[in-house]
Design a protein around this ligand. Sequence first.
Ligand code: SF4
Length: 410
Amino acid sequence: MSYGLPYADRRGRIFFDEQARALAEGGVLREPRREELIPLPAGSVAAMLPERAPLVGTVAHPRPYGKGGYAAVGVLLPSGYTRLLLPAYRAAAAAPALPLFGYTFACVVDDELYVAAAKTDEGETWKPRFFEGDELETAIEQRIEIDPENGVLGQVALCSREYGCFTAQNVFFECGEAAIPVSPACNARCLGCISQQEPDSPFPSPQTRISRAADVDEIVRVALHHLAKDPGAVVSFGQGCEGEPLMRYRTIVAAIREIRAQTAAGTLNLNTNGSLPEKLQEMIDAGLQAVRVSLNSFRPEVYAAYYRPDRYGLSDVLDSIRRACTAGLRVSLNLLTFPGVTDEDAELDAMERFLREVHVEMVQTRTLNIDPAVYRQAVGAPLAPRGMLEALARIRAAGSLVGNFTHQVL
Ligand code: SF4
């Protein structure tokens, strides 16, 4: 089977050349394997990669496509899919850094666009939403009218309108997983942080981090209202628009105690970098029931290169996961995946060892949204990438589910 090349012109129009053989990047330059390709999923977006010429030919003789002026194409996948390969290209010397998206390899098969991806979740409640007219706006106004001074509601209203955040919108639709952002501060400086980038960063953060710390009463009021409307719902601390919720552990511990003093409904969840195991333990002791810990690697040096942690390390993160598992919480990992790093031989060994030691219910694979060159420069070149399909198989073999979302317990 031949894998033709999609490419873009200067105006961003996308063309197909079925005679050119598209090359992919999976830590090493190579051709895609048939089992790594699926037809373009609905909801995908094909993006032009400016000043990056696509590579074609054979692995032995790769060459940039065309005589210049043509750009590589990367596909941004919808939720529920895991990226398996990156597009292969040669960047011009002065090429600007790519914005924080996850670029996936695409090729042409029988005049159709295919992508290197695996379907890894259904996520019924995460399907694209279609609002009736101003349904969301009406819901926001009605909810804020009940509690007009609540800063948490003000923040999630912004996230609902500006960023289309589903967990923020759930606060106003009064069902499902509800976002409660609490912490402006963080003890990491992730290269691809979506809520804050340093002034000299080559790309902007797509969201603005909350500037105000929520207080206990505000959190409790939002949580109790949500759980009264949907007793099976999840209330989640730690959102994309904030820093690290463990930095506000005292507030969250007090809020959990107060919520649980008033209702046993729903699930209290924390999305965290897992940096402060003792503080997490306090939340567990107060009644936290579920936790999702984010990490990009099970190797300390790769973790540190991306997270740039302040006064903690990967061993603390793993300690947090162990404590949550031992206490019987629903534990999932938010694994920031990147072909050629996640599937590196040494990475797979480290990951499998850890997953076999603890019981992590689900490993949620998240495409790491970052310019591939920036990430590679930070974490180094891979030695022996095995392929992302093998990474997914090794997670399952170690006893964890592979998915993309936290599913509500029914
Ligand atoms: S841990 Fe989260 S909030 Fe903190 S820098 Fe990383 S991505 Fe940003």
